[in-house]
Write a protein that binds this ligand. Sequence first.
Ligand code: SF4
Ligand code: SF4
Ligand code: SF4
Length: 253
Amino acid sequence: MDNGKPKVAFFDFACCEGCQLTVIDSLQTHLDLLDAIEIVQFREAMSEKGENYQIAFIEGSCTRQEDEERLHKIRDQADIVVALGACAHLGGINALKNLHPLEDVRKWVYGDKAAWYDTYPARPIGAVIEVDAFIPGCPIDREEFVRVVKALLLGTKPPIPDYPVCVECKLKENVCLFDLGKICLGPVTRAGCNAICPSYGAACEGCRGLIPNPNENAMKDVLAKAGLTVEEIMSRFTMFNTYQLQERMAEEE
Ligand code: SF4
Ligand code: SF4
Ligand code: SF4
């Protein structure tokens, strides 16, 4: 019998499934949210596979032809599609393989069985189907997941910041890593994680994606002044944002 609650399903593509684990962790302490929805499909947490759902959370990147058919099927069913985590939102670390010949990548991973496995360059799911919202991060932030779901249930815009990590870092009165002789991508990276990495002395590596209109040239100048070579700078930028950088270069050509 229909209980009137919004039906929610979770799906995974190429990824480590760490974002789904974060969802499970988050729901354990937000039983009110669990009570407000009905989860009908969530491979990592239950065996049922309901095909009637309104909200689909998709984790992982599109890396094979057959992924496209599955993504379109989910899009056809769901009223709202949410990209869950950096792999789905950006292509994320999966897109690092796009920097190398695919044949080499297949051999590195699958050795003499490379021919058995179909693969093509990794893309965010938004490159294949229309996406209504995204939850950034590798992995996602457990509290941000709750805020986004509540916003979707209320029919409002999910509260994802579009300012850089530096804003949160400064509000926490952290000493800037550059002043400690370290490097950081906080100036060009989307906030929302409460600057967790620099708060513990680790560089922001850009897992939440670039802010809108990032000043990448200024960022590259700062990294060069901090002693990084061009190769090292690109390795920092491409950790999570290879797909976006390659798309931009293709547009500029
Ligand atoms: S975004 Fe990170 S934690 Fe989430 S599935 Fe991808 S690799 Fe795993
Ligand atoms: S440590 Fe990183 S995030 Fe914090 S202020 Fe410096 S550059 Fe920005
Ligand atoms: S500080 Fe940077 S790398 Fe760390 S969680 Fe935030 S966006 Fe991701």
